[in-house]
Design a protein. Structure first.
Length: 398
């Protein structure tokens, strides 16, 4: 049989049974579509991770007090004007100091001044207004405390969504109060989300000056840290100069931690994502191959009489094998083309719904139809071999 005759016979076999052909092709459509969609979503997610690392990790500097000075190595506080000194550096956008407050062992956080009923234990964080801005807090209700609350040591507090839920605080319309170790603090806002320092969602945040007045200054067991956000490209320079800005005479008392190299971190995360999703895509393709093989094998069993007639008219075993392989390959190629289109559409729709930029490599789309063809050929090997082994006399008898 010439290639032209072989293709014609295969196309006729496909078109004579459109419903079965569509069901057979569906396995390749799903397999290749999932393959394209998974790889496309992986590339898109990796792109978003790149952006996230660049906008957050590469613009964050943390400064720690490592001790020294007239108060000895236990001194863990910053100058009173630390925010102003850091903000004066070029490239700094926000800067603020924060530390975990050391509460008495029996202190609890309650929504009522009477008894311990409903009391919870949670971290209390003292922070300056600049630290709130550097952490990128987003509020569900209310407002953040400002310089006035900080300077006048007002008893105000912000609650993370986690601690607010545990205390049963759902609205600020009734001016709720939280009691920390029996001391009342007016709740001015509920934190919904944060760009940095996600642990704040499970904390109570109070003004730094208020914490100093009630519980004292930070020490070595609960040291203060400064959080600085910078413009793109300025983090390394800020990390080198901020110790001098905080204490020009003794910069060694402060340790500035610059952001890690985002390229190495991105490469590691992207590699892990790619391997995981490639495995999932391969599983989808394997399932599609098994589906095609099953459907094609059933088709061989149903077309036993046709096979016997072809053998009786002079067709050899290799001709029958070639015909069924061509049919399965043709269905695989068509399924790969349709699957690539559906996979691409899925990537675009998901990206649009998430306000992402869709990223899909051209080679993935170009390789989809050949992948479908190869899948169809592999799936049709055993059914084609079974068809070629059908004895003509037994086939005609059926």
């Amino acid at each position: 049989m010439s290639p032209r005759d072989l293709l014609g016979e295969a196309l006729a076999g496909v078109l004579q049974r459109p419903a079965r052909s569509a069901l057979t092709m569906l396995g390749t459509v799903l397999g290749v579509g999932a393959f394209v969609a998974v790889l496309g979503l992986t590339s898109t997610a990796s792109s978003q991770i790149d952006t996230r690392f660049t906008s957050l990790t590469a613009t964050e500097v943390t400064v720690r007090h490592v001790g020294g000075g007239p108060d000895g190595p236990s001194a863990a506080s910053f100058p009173h004007d630390a925010e102003a000194r850091a903000a004066a550096l070029g490239g700094v956008e926000e800067a603020g100091v924060y530390w975990p407050v050391r509460l008495p062992p029996d202190a609890t956080i309650t929504g009522s001044p009477v008894g311990d009923a409903g009391g919870v234990r949670a971290e209390v964080v003292a922070a300056t207004p600049g630290a709130l801005g550097a952490a990128g807090l987003r509020l569900a209700q209310g407002r953040a405390f400002d310089d006035y609350h900080h300077r006048s040591a007002q008893p105000t507090a912000l609650l993370g969504t986690g601690i607010a839920a545990r205390l049963g605080v759902t609205t600020l319309e009734t001016s709720p109060v939280v009691f920390i170790g029996g001391r009342p603090f007016t709740i001015v806002g509920i934190v919904r989300d944060t760009d940095r320092k996600a642990d704040l969602l499970l904390s109570v945040i109070v003004p730094a000056a208020t914490a100093e007045r009630i519980w004292g200054t930070p020490d070595s067991s609960a040291p203060a840290e400064m959080l600085i956000t910078t413009k793109f490209g300025a983090a390394q320079q800020v990390a080198r100069t901020v110790p001098l800005a905080l204490d020009a005479a003794h910069p060694e008392r402060f340790e500035a931690v610059p952001p890690p190299d985002p390229r190495q971190l991105r490469s590691s995360v992207n590699s892990d994502l790619r391997q995981l999703f490639l495995l999932l895509a391969a599983v989808c393709l394997l399932i599609g191959t098994i589906g095609i093989a099953n459907t094609t094998l059933v088709a061989v069993l149903e077309r036993t009489g046709e096979i016997g007639l072809r053998r009786a008219l002079g067709a050899r075993a290799r001709h029958v094998t070639a015909q069924f392989l061509t049919e399965s390959g043709l269905l695989g190629a068509l399924g790969g083309t349709v699957g690539a289109s559906l996979g691409t559409l899925t990537v675009v729709l998901v990206s649009v719904s998430r306000s992402w930029t869709p990223v899909l490599h051209t080679e993935v789309i170009v390789a989809a139809p050949p992948t479908g063809l190869l899948t169809g050929l592999v799936a049709g090997l055993y059914p084609a071999w079974r068809a070629s082994r059908v004895p003509p006399v037994e086939a005609l008898r059926r």
